[in-house]
Design a protein around this ligand. Structure first.
Ligand SMILES: [Zn+2]
Length: 96
């Protein structure tokens, strides 16, 4: 019976040492909470504001810009100082 007791005590001692080892883990191992960086706000891409090319006069809708003759209706020509250009197909109308 005495032998069994000794083995038990040895096991207990081992467990105790293990627990001590766990306690001894250095503080560096703990994850340091870093301050969160401010999230970059995504820039919202400006949508094609086609509504700006129309104007309502009374009951009628008036177009402020020309349509592209190649692309058809709905595609407008951008106005420059000397020309009107289509951004879709590259059609250019020179002002005279
Ligand atoms: Zn076009």
């Amino acid at each position: 019976m005495s032998k069994e007791k000794t083995t038990e005590s040895k096991e207990l001692e081992e467990i105790a040492t293990e627990s001590e080892k766990i306690e001894e883990t250095p503080e560096e191992a703990e994850p340091v909470a870093k301050p969160h960086k401010e999230r970059q706000v995504k820039k919202i891409k400006p949508s094609t504001q086609v509504w700006k090319f129309y104007k309502i006069e009374g009951d009628q809708l008036k177009k402020l810009k020309k349509d592209c003759p190649r692309c058809g209706k709905g595609v407008f020509l951008s106005e420059h100082h000397d020309r009107d250009t289509c951004g879709k197909c590259g059609y250019t109308q020179f002002k005279q």
